[in-house]
Design a protein around this ligand. Structure first.
Ligand code: AMP
Ligand code: GLY
Length: 421
């Protein structure tokens, strides 16, 4: 059997490695670090569009093709697909749609307003106690969110976004929120249109520098499971934040088959939804999927065909993913340098036990050398019996790959500090 994975980043590399446990995998467009033989199955990449890849199952990685209706187009051809149609994908494609669905479902979320013009936005900021959060309404690859301590900083950001100066069209409508205080976690659920079951919990590190300082990025690393997220908390998130939204979507005639990711702030009053994503998280997929104890193809086929029966099982191991990013990421990533420390298969030339190198932003020369291509270049992903052992392995691996200006955070897998305040 063949499974097609759509996308080209670290999340899709993690999906391909997982699915190759029990099937051949074709990734479109993929990246040059992906081709491999894993447990007797082949991972190949192709430039053919997803419509033309012959596969029994297609898993769509990124949000943009989902928002664009790729799942609908594939289903119209009779294909089995993991990923919602354009209707369900609006949950991520439009923050205003998401907030409206949340209100209808009665899910707890931050106080907010949606604005197209500066005056109303500034007035609303004046009514909030702070901290203040300003988000682009459109997609901005995880980078369109500002959390500001002062009203002046929030006002300047509102003006930059609404004028189109920052983020172009995606910023011409903004969502302003009250800032919430607590600890964050990512709960990803598999949903077959009617039922939803949680995957293991994870945490990502969105800011570029240690201690959660600096710009928001696509994600500098992650780990699973976060020790303070127990089964009761996961069940509470499912009952309060996932099941009601699936029911609301169904009432609106939306048959949601795919991953529903809830970004949660656990406040002193309980879990509050910060955002939904309509796909696996990146880098959450990299730390959750390697821990899956069930057959991945059976599980995702059940999602695609509406036959999801049980809660997926996970190994007790911990996983840590440390992202090695290009110099200058996220503002101005520098591409082109050769990556030292990788073998011909794209894995570590000197392997570390339990570590897989997940490629996200690499290219490959004719002579086989890997080069820096995108902002997040590699994800060094380690599995081990404890979180601290996984963290040690991931950093040992990270120290074996290098290029000029390579940037890592040093605190991936440690308790988040800044968000606890
Ligand atoms: P989002 O893309 O909406 O998940 O926001 C990105 C990050 O901004 C989140 O992971 C949080 O760290 C932070 N954030 C978003 N909304 C809020 C909020 N209402 N209060 C505090 N922090 C927030
Ligand atoms: N890690 C957050 C995201 O995938 O959006």
């Amino acid at each position: 059997m063949t499974v097609c994975v759509v996308g080209s980043g670290g999340r899709e590399h993690a999906l391909a490695r997982l699915l190759a446990r029990s099937s051949d995998v074709v990734v479109t467009p993929g990246n040059p670090g992906m081709p491999a033989e894993v447990s007797g199955h082949r991972i190949a990449v192709t430039s053919a569009p997803p419509e033309e890849v012959e596969a029994e199952l297609t898993v769509i990685g990124p949000e943009a093709p989902l928002v664009d209706g790729l799942a609908d187009r594939l289903r119209a051809r009779g294909m089995a697909v993991v990923g919602p149609g354009a209707d369900g994908a609006r949950l991520e494609g439009s923050k205003a749609f998401m907030k409206d669905a949340l209100a209808e479902a009665g899910v707890a979320t931050a106080r907010y307003g949606v604005f197209d013009e500066i005056d109303g936005a500034i007035r609303f900021l004046g009514s909030l106690p702070g901290p203040f959060v300003v988000k682009t309404d459109g997609l901005a690859a995880g980078k369109g969110v500002l959390v500001a301590e002062t009203r002046e900083e929030a006002e300047a950001d509102v003006i930059a976004k609404l004028s189109g100066r920052a983020f172009g069209g995606a910023g011409r409508r903004v969502v302003i929120e009250e800032g919430l205080i607590g600890f964050e976690c990512s709960i990803q659920a598999l949903c077959d249109g009617a039922r939803a079951f949680p995957l293991a919990a994870a945490r990502d590190f969105k800011r570029v520098f240690d201690g959660d300082r600096g710009a928001n990025t696509g994600g500098m690393g992650g780990y699973s499971p976060p020790p303070e997220v127990d089964d009761d908390l996961v069940d509470r998130v499912m009952d309060e934040a996932v099941a009601p939204i699936v029911a609301t979507l169904r009432r609106r005639g939306i048959d949601y088959r795919g991953v529903l990711y809830a970004g949660i702030m656990v406040t002193s009053d309980g879990p509050v939804v910060l955002e939904y994503n309509v796909r696996f998280g990146d880098p959450e997929a990299q730390v959750v999927l390697p821990r899956l104890a069930d057959d991945p193809v059976d599980l995702l086929m059940a999602v695609a065909t509406g036959r999801l029966l049980d809660r997926p099982r996970f190994s007790p191991d911990a996983a840590v993913c440390v992202v090695a990013a290009a110099a200058g990421y996220p503002e101005a990533p520098v591409a082109g340098d050769e990556i030292l420390g990788l073998g011909a298969d794209g894995q570590l030339a000197e392997p570390v036990d339990g570590v897989t190198v997940l490629h996200a932003g690499t290219t490959r020369d004719a002579d086989g050398a890997f080069r820096v291509h995108g902002g997040r270049v590699l994800g060094l992903t380690a599995l081990a019996p404890t979180l601290s052992a996984a963290r040690e392995r991931a950093y040992e691996a990270a120290n074996r790959v290098t290029w000029p200006g390579r940037h890592l955070r040093g605190d991936i897998g440690l308790e988040p500090t800044a968000v606890l305040r």
